[in-house]
Design a protein around this ligand. Sequence first.
Ligand code: UCC
Ligand code: FAD
Length: 588
Amino acid sequence: ESRPELGVFTRSSIGTFFQDRPLLKNPFLEDALLQKYLSRNLPPQILGTIRADLAQFGKRIVTELDVLGQQCEDSPPRLQHYDAWGCRIDRILTCPAWARMKEISAQEGLVAAGYERTYGEWSRVFQMSKIYLYSPSAGLYTCPLAMTDGAAKVIESLGMTWPLEKAFQRLTCRDPQRFWTSGQWMTERKGGSDVANGTETVALPQADGTYKLYGFKWFTSATDADMTLTLGRELDEEGFPKQGSKGLSLFYAEVRDEQGNLNGIEVQRLKDKLGTRQVPTAELLLDGLPAHRISSEGRGVASISSMLTITRIHNTVSAVAAMRRIIQLGREYAAKRFVFGKFLRDHALHVQTMARMEVETRGAFLLLMEVCQLLGREECGLTSELDCHLLRLLTPVAKLYTGKQAVAVVSEGLECFGGQGYMEDTGLPRMLRDAQVLSIWEGTTNVLSLDVLRCLAKSNGQVLEAFYSQVKIKLEAASGNQALASPVMAVDCALSKLGQFVQVAARGATSYLELAARDLSCSLARIYMGALLIENATWEGASDSDIYAATRWCEQDLCPVVNNKDHGWYNPETPDKDAMLVYEVSPH
Ligand code: UCC
Ligand code: FAD
C-alpha cells in the first residue's frame, strides 16, 4: 500500500485541492424566464433588437461591470470636511469605479430608455430588464439611477417649466458629460415614514420668487448627486411653519454651484451602514439651500408620489435581480462542488432547496414585469382606468413582498455555498447586506401595507375590482388546461376567500383593517403571483417547468389574511395581547 504524500502539507505547501469558484456567466443568456417572458410578450418587430441589446449588455456585465461593482464595494465613499488650508469643503470622495458607473449608465441609457420610448409601451420593460441584469453587478449605482428616474418622472408629470426643462434634459440624456443624477431627500430625524409630521425644514421665500431651505435631512443617499427633490414647509401669515401634510411643498434644488461648491449645504457625516456601503448616504444641514418650489403650495407629498412609484419599482427590480443572481451563481457552484461522492447538483435535497428559491424568484419576476408593463402602457396613454388602479395597487404590493423575499432567498442562497457563502472576499455576503435595506427604504413593509389599504379605501372598491378582474382573466385563459387545474382552483378559491374577507372587514373598525394590512398585502401578492405563474404556464411556448412552478407556488397558503382572521389575530383584544407578549416584564 503506498503511503500518502505527506510532503504536500509541509512548510509553505498547503495542499493540492482548490475549489473552483462559481463563475458569473452572461446573466441574460442564463435567464430562461426573462427570455421566455420577452418572447411571449414583445411584438416580433422589436423582440430581436431588444434581445440583442440585452445579450450584449449581459456580456458587458461579465467582462467589465462586475469588476467595477466590486471596486465600489472595496473603496467605499469618504467625507473630507476640510481642505489642507482649513477651509470647510465637505467633499464626498467616491472611487473611480463609481464615476465610471455614472458614465456607463448614461451611455447605456439606463434612465434615458424609459423616456425616449423607442419601444413604445414596451420601453419600461426594456429599461427595467436592463437594470435587472445590471443591478447585482452595479455596486449599488442603481440607487442614484432609481432616484434620477423618479425625479425625471416628477418633472414630466408636473410639466417642464424653467428650470425643470434643463434638469429633465440632463437626467434623461445619454451623454456622460451632461448626465445628471438626482437625490430624494424626504427623511428627517423625527420621521421617515411619517413625513407629514417629521418634516421640520422650512422654506423662506426670496424676493425673486425662489426659496431658501433651512433644515436637517437625516438620510440622503447618493449625496454626490447634481440635483435633488425635497420637501419643505412654507410659513403662514404669522410666520409659523404650516403643519401637517398640507403644509408641505415640493422643491427642486441644485446641490452645487458653478464652481462645484455646495449650495448652502453642510455634510454633517456619512452614515455607517450594514450594507449599501458603496453609496454615500449622508446627514445634511440645509443652511439656506437655494430652491424652487415646483408643486403647488401644500401638494408636496402628492407631487413626490410619482417619484415614490418609480423608486419603489426600482426597489422591486433590485430585489428580484438579487434573487436571480444568487440562484445563477448557486447552480453554477452546485455543478462544481463535489461532496459525499457526487456533485451538489446530484443531491436531491440540495436541488429541492434551490427549487424553492427558484419558485419564489419566478413569482417575483412575473409580478415585477407586470408592473413594468403597466407603467409603460400608462406612459404611452394606453391604460384603461382599470390598469391605472392596478398599477397603483401592485406597486407597493410588489415592493413590500419582494423586499422580504429577497432577504430570505439571498440568505438561503448564501448557505448553498456553505462556509464560503459567509466569506467577504467571495463577494457573496455583500448581497445579503445589500438586500436587507430593500424592505426599509422607500417605505417599510408596514408603511407600504398601510399605503395598500389607503389605495383600496380611496377608490370606492374600484382598485379591488381591477385586481379581481385581472386575476379572473388570467385564470380563464387557463381553463380547460388539465395540467393547471389544481393551481387554477387554488387561486380561484383564495380569491373568493379574499373577497369575503374584504366585504366583512370593510364594515368593521379601522383598527381591524390596520391589524390585517400586512397579511392582506401578502395575500394580494401571493394571489396575483399565482395568477401570473398560471398565465405564464398557459402560453404555447411554456415548458413543464413553468407548469411545475405554478403548481408549487399555489400549494402554499395564498390567502393568509383569512387564516389569521380565523385565529382571531385582528380582534379588538388582540393589540393588548400582542403588547402583553412584547412587553412582558421580568418577574425578578
Ligand atoms: O428611502 C428613500 C431613498 C432610498 C434610496 C433610493 C433607493 C432606490 C430604490 C432601490 C434601488 C437599488 S427616500 C424616502 C422614501 N420615503 C418613503 O417612502 C416614505 C414612506 N411613507 C409613506 O409612504 C407615507 O405613506 C406618506 C409619506 C406618503 C404618507 O404621507 P401623508 O402626509 O400621511 O400623506 P397622505 O395624506 O396619506 O397623502 C397625501 C397625498 C394624497 O393625495 P390627495 O391629497 O390628492 O388625496 C395621497 O393619495 O399623497 C397621495 N399619495 C400617493 N399617491 C400618498 N402616497 C401615494 C402613493 N404611493 N401613490 C400615489
Ligand atoms: P420609522 O418611521 O421610525 O419606522 C420604525 C418602524 O416602525 C418600522 O418598522 C416601520 O415599519 C414601523 N412603523 C412606522 N409607522 C408605522 C405605522 N403607522 N404602523 C405600523 N408600523 C409603523 N430617506 C430619504 O429621504 N432619502 C434617502 O436618500 C434615503 N436613503 C436611505 C438609505 C439607507 C441605507 C437607509 C437605511 C434609509 C434611507 N432613507 C432615505 C430613509 C428611509 O426612507 C427611512 O429610514 C424609512 O422610510 C423609514 O423611516 P424611519 O427610519 O423614520 O423609520
